[in-house]
Design a binder for this molecule. Structure first.
Ligand code: AMP
Ligand code: GLY
Length: 421
């Protein structure tokens, strides 16, 4: 097939790498990064109508959308109007991520377990609700805020101030003029991904992300500093509850809403006393979760997404490798505070055959310049290790980290610690 992947991060690289390794397809990336050009061709067409025309002209058989923004902007709708096969939710269904108010109302309407909340555009209503709550209090801007729209307030005054700043448009502009105020859930967090075709679904092994910049989950939130899967923090009971209480009613509910869900349903779960409670939905893969899940699939990734895009998941018997994956993000010096100076990346030749066979790099914030690979800031790459235990996979991931060099590189040293306690 000719396959087009939208996005430029490590997530899109890892989808591309998995498909590249199938040795059967031509890959295109829009816009891609300085390393995806080794897997296929990077193109640069930002208008979705023009891109759909390009896809038709170039006989693209399948388009896979990585990030949320094009989904919320309706790229899937435009491609479908052009009779193209594309894997991802419509703009209507992407509201599950695009609007926290929409998401919370769907959860409530279809009795899906989530934190108690109110949604409001009114400052007084927000403050009155905050007065009735226990601490800490969670305040969320409605719209997309690049992962920054959630405040966990330790006092009522802090919660009220966050609510007022959001509602006035001061913190997040229009994305914050509607807010969700909700109870704090105390438990451990999981990322569960269901590949959906509107009707059917396939669940991937549960992963755990590490959102904070510092070891021991300290410091500010990031896009994610590392992940591993499958996590031993889930058991069959939790998977079953997630399927019965969350995935099935969501797919059924979205059909009733006239917005059947196709694509990746990313379920942010907090497990509280053994019960899975939904923190949020995203409508795409997590990054870096994707970087470890793609290589754990034995089923060809292209087939999984193609069947997902053509409502044939019931005909797919999904197979997962019986091993563990751990991904350690290497970020630039000033991440997540500010941009960093570009720096050349040098990767040592991996002489250890065992390491070479059981690890690889997924590239994200990189550019190719005069034959050199440059770190351009943010999350630069993910070192992924595999093994028959989490410890073995973790050790390989960190061994690979030691072979990667660029000025200012930094990573957490405790990825997967919750599984190894
Ligand atoms: P969200 O964008 O809704 O996933 O929120 C970002 C992060 O804030 C989540 O991954 C959680 O770590 C945390 N968070 C969000 N909502 C809650 C909640 N109700 N209770 C505890 N932590 C939360
Ligand atoms: N790793 C979490 C996310 O992609 O939102």
């Amino acid at each position: 097939m000719n396959i087009l992947i939208l996005g430029s991060g490590g997530r899109e690289y890892s989808i591309g790498l998995a498909i590249y390794k199938e040795n059967a397809h031509n890959l295109f990336f829009m816009p891609g990064n300085g390393a995806t050009s080794e897997l296929g061709e990077n193109i640069n067409i930002n208008d979705y109508n023009e891109l759909a025309q390009w896809a038709k002209d170039n006989s693209v058989d399948l388009t896979i959308v990585g990030p949320e923004a094009p989904l919320v902007d309706g790229v899937v709708d435009i491609f479908k109007e052009n009779d193209l096969t594309i894997f991802g939710p419509s703009a209507a269904a992407a509201q599950l991520e695009g609007s926290k108010v929409y998401m919370k109302n769907i959860l409530k309407k279809y009795n899906i377990p989530t934190a108690a909340f109110i949604e409001t555009t009114n400052e007084k209503e927000a403050h009155d609700f905050i007065d009735t709550m226990n601490l800490p209090i969670v305040v969320k801007a409605d719209g997309l805020c690049a992962g920054k729209g959630v405040i966990i307030a330790q006092s009522k005054d802090e919660a009220k101030e966050a609510a007022s700043d959001m509602l006035s448009g001061e913190s997040f502009g229009d994305a914050g003029t509607s807010i969700v105020v909700e109870e704090f859930l105390d438990g451990y967090e999981l990322s569960i991904f269901a590949i959906c075709d509107g009707e059917n679904y396939k669940v991937l092994p549960a992963a755990q992300d590490h959102k904070r910049i510092g070891d021991g989950d300290t410091g500010p939130n990031t896009g994610g500093m590392g992940a591993y899967a499958p996590t031993p923090l889930v058991n069959d009971d939790i998977y079953k509850k997630v399927e019965e209480r969350v995935i099935k009613p969501t797919l059924e509910g979205m059909k009733q809403e006239g917005a059947p869900f196709e694509g990746v349903l990313f379920i942010g779960v907090m497990v509280v006393n053994g019960e899975p409670i939904i923190l949020e939905y995203n409508v795409r893969f997590g990054d870096p979760e994707c970087e470890i899940l793609m290589p754990l699939l034995e089923t060809p990734v292209s087939e999984l997404f193609y069947k997902g895009a053509t409502r044939q998941l019931d005909k797919l018997d999904i197979k997962i490798k019986k091993e563990f994956g751990v991904g350690v993000v290497i970020a630039s010096e000033n991440y997540p505070y500010s941009s960093s100076k570009p720096a050349e990346i040098i990767v040592d030749k991996i002489v250890d055959e065992d390491l070479a066979a059981n690890s690889h790099i997924s590239y994200a914030g990189v550019a190719s310049e005069d034959g050199k690979l440059m770190a351009t800031g943010g999350r630069v790459l993910v070192c992924v290790g595999f093994g028959s235990s989490i410890k073995e996979a973790r050790d390989r991931a960190y061994e690979l980290c030691g072979q990667v060099h660029f000025a200012g590189k930094k990573c957490r040293s405790d990825i997967a610690y919750q599984a190894l306690k």
